[in-house]
Design a protein. Structure first.
Length: 389
């Protein structure tokens, strides 16, 4: 039957919405019409797994108005966004709010990634012992987490420099920026890199650009370069110039050395069930944890949270938050403190069998509809009708 596109849209738009009955467990989540610009809110009956309504925007006001116009649900499943929490408190104060376990685990994984990133120096294998251990620190040297990290990074970079590696090679191998590696390479001691310590200038500093250009032209003879910069006013010794040139001479093939795992890889190993790791990953993680007690503490917290979430032991949450805050791990402590702001909903999410699984399924359905629809106008007019069908 031939017809026009606009007529079909008018007919679909004119269809009445199906009646909304009593809903015991309501799921709420947002979706993007156009990411970064336009959003909507989808409401789901979590028991029947069907869409109840679609609202414009993802603020508290549309959800509040909808709850005031309909029968109040006994349970509201939501993510940890403050807008939906505010709407539930305002329009359905008697409803039990349940923070979704998927979003809780997602937030925890983000915290773990921050923790791993702060201990990135522990991911690489220790330096070859033949180059010696760093000297014992004096009694009055800087202490603390920052000082330990500077010391480890400085030792790692200078061990590779002793092997003849260049700054750019080391940066590619470790996955660091050229500026970071250069900073460690030009520091005689790790104490210079601690906040409050000023690096000592080198006599060769004013001539580095000239030396770099000559080295780029293929000149690696220290005696010749020493004579050239002496004529330009260099007042240092030949040994200083030779030491500067040595790092450009014999460069080992760092591709043959084991590349340290990335922060994201290690985060995945920590957040995955140990039984789902392959043997090689398990062994690498074991070595990393042996070198870094802080990451070992993070793993214990993650596995404790996973057990609490899997077996619905929400009564352990307060003790877990206390342990995480006392551990004082980057990312992890802030995640634990943030749970206190939504403690009732998080406890319910880790205690009750309700979740936002049906909501996430329908959000994925919306994404499929967006890919299949042609034109923004058609999507806006037909989305609600398709979901309610």
């Amino acid at each position: 039957m031939p017809t026009g596109r606009d007529r079909l849209l008018r007919l679909v738009r004119a269809l009445p919405d199906p009646p909304i009955g009593d809903i015991a467990v309501l799921g709420v989540d947002d979706f993007a019409v156009k990411r970064g610009h336009n959003y909507g809110t989808v409401l789901i009956d979590c028991e029947t797994r069907k869409v109840v309504d679609v609202l414009v925007g993802r603020d508290a006001e549309p959800v509040t108005a909808w709850l005031q116009e309909h029968a109040k649900p006994a349970v509201i499943c939501r993510d940890r966004a403050s807008a939906y929490a505010e709407a539930a408190r305002t329009a359905a104060p008697e409803a039990v709010q349940v923070a979704d376990r998927f979003h809780l685990w997602q937030n925890l994984a983000t915290a773990v990634e921050k923790c791993v990133a702060r201990h990135k120096s522990c991911l690489a294998e220790p330096a070859d012992p033949k180059f010696g251990e760093p000297a014992e620190a004096p009694a009055a040297e800087p202490t603390g987490t920052m000082a330990e990290r500077r010391r480890a990074h400085h030792a790692l970079v200078h061990d590779l420099l002793r092997q003849g590696a260049g700054v750019r090679q080391i940066a590619r191998h470790l996955g660091w920026s050229h500026r970071t590696v250069s900073k460690y390479a030009h520091a005689a001691t790790w104490q210079e890199l601690v906040v409050g310590q000023k690096p000592r200038p080198s006599l060769v500093d004013p001539f580095k650009h000239y030396l770099a250009r000559r080295i780029g032209e293929g000149c690696l003879k220290a005696s010749a370069l020493y004579r050239e910069i002496t004529e330009q006013g260099f007042g240092g010794s030949y040994a200083i110039v030779r030491k500067f040139i040595e790092q450009y001479r014999s460069r080992p093939d760092l591709t043959s050395l084991p590349r340290p795992p990335s922060v994201r890889q290690v985060t995945g190993w920590i957040c995955r069930h140990p039984d789902n790791l392959v043997g090689r990953d398990t062994e690498q993680l074991r070595k990393i944890l042996g070198r870094c007690p802080e990451l070992e503490s993070a793993v214990e917290l993650v596995r404790s949270f996973a057990d609490m979430m899997t077996h619905l032991h929400g009564e352990r949450l307060a003790a877990w938050i206390t342990a995480a805050e006392q551990a004082a791990l980057p990312g992890m402590s802030r995640f634990a403190t943030g749970l206190n702001a939504d403690i009732a909903a998080v406890t319910a999410g880790l205690s009750l069998p309700f979740s936002s699984g049906p909501v996430e399924g329908n959000v994925n359905r919306i994404k499929m509809i967006k890919r299949q629809m042609y034109g923004r106008a058609a999507f806006d007019l037909l989305l609600k009708r398709i979901l309610l069908a």
